[in-house]
Structure formats: C-alpha cells, structure tokens
Design a protein around this ligand. Sequence first.
Ligand code: MN
Length: 258
Amino acid sequence: MKALLSNDDGITASGILASKKAVENLCDTYVVAPETQQSGIGHALTLYEPLRVNEYTLRDGSIGYGVSGTPTDAVTIALFEIMDEKPDLMISGINTGYNLGKAELTTSGTLGAAIEAASFGIPTIAISQEVTRDDIKFEKGKIEIDFDFASKMLNKLAKIVLKKGLPEGIDLLNVNIPANPSDEEFEVVRLGDRMYSPIIQKRQDPRGKPYYWINGEPYELDGPGSDGYELRREQKTTITPIKIDLTSDMSSLKEWLK
Ligand SMILES: [Mn+2]
C-alpha cells in the first residue's frame, strides 16, 4: 500500500511530517509538496512557468520532493512523474489552521491538492488543525504545533480508508481537528456557510501609491450540524463527505430556459 502526502503550507511545514508519522506504520509514504507557502491558492495549476522538483531531507531524515509551484502542481507531478503506481490513499495536510465552510473549500490550497488527487479516483483525506494563534497560520513550520491528537485521529481514519476505500459517491473527506478536543470521535457535519468577512486594508507604498491587503475575520453564521459550529464551538473533530461534481439542478435550469 502506498500513500501520497502533500499540503499547501510547504514541504518544510511540520504538519506534513505529522501526516507521515500518522500513516507510516500502515503503508509506504511519498512526500511531494510545494516548496513555498501556498495557502489560499486553491486548485490553481501552473501553465506558463517551468516547474522544478528538488529533493529535501525532511526533519525525520527521510527524503521528500519540493515542487516550485502550487499544491495541484505537486500532486500532478507526484502522480504522473514521481510515483510509478497510483496511491491507495492521498492525504493533504495536516494544514495549520482550519478549512471550514462552503467558500473556503474552493479557496484552500489544502483542498486544491485533495481535489486534484480525488479527481483521479484516489481515496483522499484533507485534514486541518485549528490553531488558536492567528500569527502562526502562515508560518512554514517554524513554530511547533502539537499535532499528536490530529495524527492519532488521522491514523484511525487512514486505517479504514486503506481497508475499505471511500463510500460510493464520496470523492474525499474534509477533516478538521479542534485545538482542545472534547472527545475522540468523528462528528459527521455539513459544510457551513461563509466563514470569513473579508477585511481589505488599504495602505500607501513608499512612492505614495495605494496597495491593498486582503485579510479576513472569522464569524459563525451557521448553527449546529455545520462544520464551523461543531469544530469551533463544540471542539469536535469534524468530517465532511465531499463530492467534486458541482453540477446543480439541471431540470430547474431547463425549465428556466423555456
Ligand atoms: Mn495552509
């Protein structure tokens, strides 16, 4: 059995090592990830720049491959260049910071890598760890985060996926680990509504020209049963079944076109 591990926080992030630790007693692991921080890049694919692949010695002494592009680039190169067989499992993460709600699903690079792998029929888990300090989200593993509980939960889940694959009609699982877990169960939840209200900061560069910085303030819009509520308020480990097919109701469109 083989697992491909990738992320959007970069090859040197501590979360990807936590994923490796979680599954290396279950299967062979291949670490192929972007060289740089790619959070928020979504499912972007690099088409107009060359890509480089560099070998990295990870902190556990093993070898990983850093791709000079996006999470989707890394997964594509892993599947069609580095690995000679399709993996039995793909894990994206463990991401530093949660990935919750409808809007984040298509913005997140963690989900981008996961969607890419899942689109080839590979059973995929996207996994993210809630952090209470906002300033460490975009660091590349320089600050140590406790991934022990996340690794334990990932090991449990990976065991099931390697044994059974995913249930029919489910392309991937989106998992979020709370900062202060209330129990060791998986809470099956739906994607909640939008999680962030954008804050656009306008400043001036040294030449007097304005520049803009997009930031976001999280809020809770959705109630019980949604990923945001159960993770952030109830401190549950949330798991959402995801389908990549975004097709909506065709019959109502046909009606509407008449
Ligand atoms: Mn990230």
